[in-house]
Design a protein around this ligand. Sequence first.
Ligand code: ADP
Ligand code: ZN
Length: 214
Amino acid sequence: MKIILLGPPGAGKGTIAKALTQYDASVQISTGDILRAAVAAGTELGKQAEAAMSAGNLVTDELIMGIMEQRLQEDDCKAGYLLDGFPRTIPQAEALQVLLEKMGEKLDAVLELQIPRDVIIDRLTTRRTCAQCGEIYNVKSKPPKVDGVCDVCGSNEIVQRDDETVEAINNRLEVYQAQTAPLSAFYQNTGLLVSVQTSDLSPVMTALKLKIDN
Ligand code: ADP
Ligand code: ZN
C-alpha cells in the first residue's frame, strides 16, 4: 500500500499506520518521529527543527522535503509506505506529486481521519510517550503494564511531549486548520480521498478496501 494518513494531531494516524503495516510489507514513515529522533540526537537537522516543534508550529517545507526525498528512495519503501504526518501543507503535497512522478510511483489512497475537537484534546492531554523508543501510552486508556515503565523497551522515561501542553495543543490544532486541512480538498480533486470518522481499524480497512478495489 502507498497511503497518506491525513488528520489533526491526536486523530490516531500513528496508531492506524502501525496497524496497517500488518497487512503487507509497507513501512510506516512518521515525519514527527524522524524529527524527534533528530532533536534527541542533537543533529544539525534536530537543531533546525527544535524551536518550531516545541511551540507546535510546522518546520519548513524545505527541511521536510529534504528528509522525505531521501526517505522515499530507501529500499524498504519499494513494498509500500504509510505516510504519517506528511504532507502537511499544499506546497509539500505538490512537491510530493513531483517526486512520485519522477520515481514512477502512484499513491493508492489518502485516508482522512475526522475526529471531533473535544476527543482530540482529551486524547492529547492524556497521551504519554516513551522517550527511548517512541511507544505511545495514555494515562486513561492505555497505561503501561508496570507504572512508569515502558512495556516495549523497559525504559522508565515515559513523558509528556513538550508540545502536549494545552497551549501547544491549541496552537497545533490552529496550525492544522490553517495549513493542513486544505489538503482534504486537494486530494478530493485527485480522486484519492477516503474520509472516515473513526480511528478504529476495522471500519478503516473496509473504507480503504472499497477505495483500492475500485
Ligand atoms: P501530531 O501529533 O501533531 O500529528 P507529529 O508527531 O506528526 O505530531 O509532528 C510533531 C511536530 O513535528 C509538528 O508539530 C511539527 O512541528 C513537526 N512536523 C512533523 N511533520 C511535519 C511536516 N510534514 N511539515 C512540517 N512540520 C512537521
Ligand atoms: Zn520504550
